[in-house]
Write a protein that binds this ligand. Structure first.
Ligand SMILES: *[C@@H]1O[C@H](CO)[C@@H](O)[C@H](O)[C@H]1NC(C)=O
Ligand SMILES: *[C@@H]1O[C@H](CO)[C@@H](O)[C@H](O)[C@H]1NC(C)=O
Ligand SMILES: *[C@@H]1O[C@H](CO)[C@@H](O)[C@H](O)[C@H]1NC(C)=O
Ligand SMILES: *[C@@H]1O[C@H](CO)[C@@H](O)[C@H](O)[C@H]1NC(C)=O
Ligand SMILES: *[C@@H]1O[C@H](CO)[C@@H](O)[C@H](O)[C@H]1NC(C)=O
Ligand SMILES: *[C@@H]1O[C@H](CO)[C@@H](O)[C@H](O)[C@H]1NC(C)=O
Length: 524
């Protein structure tokens, strides 16, 4: 029973294989005769007498790859290394690769690839690196058996693939079993794809790569990472999540506490980094939290990273709070970039003379520094002025107080600043400029307003007086003139300006009455 089943399986596989072969034969390969005249073939031997063959067919207007390796490479490929490039051709369908036992690096970037023939590496079990970035690969091209190796007695052999670059394609999900045949995969680049949501299959697919060391998921529009993505990966030491849509540091990272050494979160819309964000990341040596347009605060406790050596926290235009004290935990710190932020000061507790014995570069330019005693002390503790003058560093300058504005920070010492008496007038401005300005503006506004009101009252009073006098003269003395207008021409007049005439008349009557009543004017 068992055997018949196995037999059935084998025959089914044989059928499939023949179908695959037929398919492959139906599609032409690039003609191979005299190929080293068209492409570039190079041969070199290393010190261990190992042969390295290079086949460079980049930008030759090919529509297919070669059916065989150039005869110049010999017939015995075992213990040989081949590096083959077909980049920059127009290869819509990447066909099954020609058989070889050599260790192979294969690249076809900018090829316009849309389809990949399954299986690609049936006769190339020692393929180690595959670079297919900048193509048009979509989800349906990545079939589960794509990477399966040669069939041996009862199962497919795994292939040796270690390094896979699928960046700059149109991938939005991965098949659950895509990496079933690549147990040695160490480096996977999926940058600039459409993996904005990692669904269950994609997550299972990535999580199955147990030996993964480097993962690039940058620029995919990712909002979150599934919590169980990294639970089985104990060797992952480099993760690039830059250029995504994360608003908080993904919690899934805490499963990488023992292995993660390099993390980039640059270019994400994080608003703050709280104290819990990087907890458990005790092996982290390089952290990139630059270019975050929304980042305002890095809370106390967030950057307590004992193994940290390089911190890149630059070009965060809203970042005005960073706790340097946290970094005292990182005794191996060598390079810090906090330039082009909105920082005004830094504080360190002056307990130890040198907090970071290995620090050689501290980039702080482009911040609106308030050059206080505190700031200068903190910088000197960090190793200023030497660390501020490392090669390639821009000059950092004071923004305030007014007296020191635009002075290079390296020209100042803590001793000078701490002993300096900043004139009261300036200090007041620096201590609390907005409130002071506001109070000043309020007083000014009140004064101007009262002047306007008083002037208005005076003018109004004068106008009233003059008008009363005028009215008294015009209407009080000769009321008969109006009566005559009313009697003779009023009907014709009121057709044109009914309101104005009526009010004029009323006013005149009222004025006359009040003038008569209150003052006993000459017309009475
Ligand atoms: C690869 O090596 C195996 C034995 O290890 C051999 O049977 C096979 O013919 C070789 N294939 C090529 C293409 O050299
Ligand atoms: C940090 O990320 C930004 C943006 O991706 C990049 O420009 C910068 O070079 C990175 N810093 C380091 C030290 O790699
Ligand atoms: C600091 O560096 C030294 C030598 O490179 C290393 O032995 C030590 O473990 C590092 N410290 C931390 C906390 O990683
Ligand atoms: C500085 O040290 C004192 C005790 O020595 C502590 O109370 C204070 O919180 C520390 N300040 C900072 C910013 O860590
Ligand atoms: C000062 O630095 C030394 C190591 O150089 C360390 O052992 C000590 O604990 C530090 N003291 C304080 C108060 O941080
Ligand atoms: C800073 O100091 C250097 C010498 O130490 C001097 O040449 C330079 O003029 C100073 N710059 C300013 C702006 O004072």
């Amino acid at each position: 029973m068992k055997y018949t089943f196995l037999l059935l399986l084998v025959s089914a596989e044989a059928l499939l294989l023949s179908v695959a072969l037929a398919q492959q034969e139906s599609m032409p390969y690039q003609a191979v005769a005299n190929i080293c005249a068209t492409c570039t073939c190079l041969s070199a031997q290393d010190t261990n007498h190992r042969l390295h063959q290079t086949l460079n067919c980049a930008m030759k207007n090919f529509e297919h790859i070669l059916a065989r390796w150039p005869p110049e490479f010999g017939s015995q490929h075992a213990d040989m290394e081949i590096v083959a490039s077909f980049s920059g051709n127009r290869i819509r369908v990447l066909q099954q690769l020609p058989a070889t036992n050599a260790t192979l690096t294969f690249s076809c970037r900018h090829c316009g690839i849309q389809q990949l023939e399954v299986p690609l590496f049936m006769d190339v079990p020692n393929v180690e690196a595959l670079y297919l970035s900048w193509n048009e690969i979509k989800d349906d091209a990545l079939k589960p058996d794509l990477f399966r190796g040669p069939f041996k007695t009862t199962k497919y052999e795994p292939i040796a693939l270690k390094d896979l670059d699928l960046s700059h394609n149109s991938i939005s999900r991965l098949d659950r079993k895509l990496f079933e045949h690549t147990p040695q995969l160490r480096k996977l680049a999926l940058a600039h794809n459409r993996l904005s949501v990692l669904d269950a299959a994609t997550t299972a697919s990535l999580a199955s790569i147990a030996n993964l060391q480097r993962l690039d998921l940058s620029h995919n529009g990712l909002l979150t990472l599934p919590g169980d993505l990294f639970t089985k990966m104990s060797n992952l030491y480099q993760v690039d999540l830059s250029g995504n849509e994360f608003t908080v540091v993904p919690g899934a990272l805490e499963h990488l506490g023992k292995s993660l050494q390099q993390l980039s979160l640059a270019g994400n819309p994080l608003a703050k980094i709280d104290a819990q964000s990087f907890r458990h990341l005790d092996a982290l040596r390089r952290l990139n939290i630059s270019e975050m347009p929304m980042l305002r605060t890095i809370e106390l406790g967030a950057l307590q990273l004992p193994a940290l050596e390089q911190l890149d926290c630059a070009r965060n235009p809203k970042l005005d709070r960073l706790e340097l004290v946290d970094l005292v935990t990182s005794r191996n710190l060598t390079q810090v970039d906090i330039s082009q932020n909105a920082l005004t000061t830094l504080t360190l507790n002056a307990t130890n003379t040198t907090s970071w014995p290995r620090l050689r570069s501290l980039a702080i330019a482009g911040n609106p520094w308030y050059c206080s005693c505190e700031l200068l002390q903190a910088l000197e503790q960090a190793g200023a002025p030497q660390v501020l003058q490392a090669p390639n560093l821009a000059v950092a300058r004071c923004d305030t107080p007014y007296l020191l504005a635009a002075l290079p920070l390296t020209n100042l010492t803590a001793q000078q600043i701490c002993n300096m008496v900043i004139p009261k007038k300036y200090r007041a401005v620096e201590d609390d400029p907005p409130r002071f300005l506001r109070r000043r503006y309020i007083i000014l506004t009140v004064i101007i307003a009262s002047v306007v009101v008083v002037a208005g009252l005076i003018i109004g009073f004068i106008v009233v007086c003059v008008r009363r006098r005028l009215k008294g003269n015009d209407f009080g003395v000769q009321p008969i003139r109006y009566t005559s207008v009313r009697g003779s021409n009023l009907s014709a007049f009121s057709q044109l300006q009914p309101v104005s005439v009526a009010t004029k008349f009323n006013n005149a009557a009222a004025a006359a009455a009040s003038a008569a009543g209150s003052t006993g004017a000459p017309n009475a």
